[in-house]
Design a protein around this ligand. Structure first.
Ligand code: SF4
Length: 103
């Protein structure tokens, strides 16, 4: 079976703490991928033939600098790239649960 996509859970930290969250995201969660770890994961993904990468969480935009650098690096390496949330008029919405928040 070919591995075509990869979801990088950049952090479990989130501005919300939804009861239904399957990664137990919350403001109390700590930890975030480092750029070196992201680079290693992307290199392994490339070797495995992965075509697209999604950056998710938790709320990946809490670590905006890491997110942007990770997205840039993934695009440089030729991946199709996406991230889990969308910005609507200054509000951010979780794609999985449709919860929205203002940062
Ligand atoms: S907004 Fe999304 S990531 Fe955050 S706690 Fe809720 S379900 Fe989890």
């Amino acid at each position: 079976m070919k591995l075509s996509g990869l979801h990088i859970l950049l952090t479990y930290q989130c501005t919300r703490a939804c009861e239904h969250c399957f990664v137990w995201g919350s403001p109390r969660q700590r930890g975030v991928f480092g750029l070196e770890q992201i680079e290693q994961v992307l290199e392994q993904a490339k070797e495995a033939g992965v075509e697209w990468v999604y950056f998710e969480g938790g709320e990946p935009f809490i670590y905006y600098n890491v997110l942007i650098k990770g997205v840039q690096r993934a695009k440089e390496m030729g991946f199709a790239v996406g991230y889990r949330i969308e910005r609507l008029l200054g509000r951010f919405r979780c794609r999985s649960c449709r919860a929205s928040t203002t940062l």
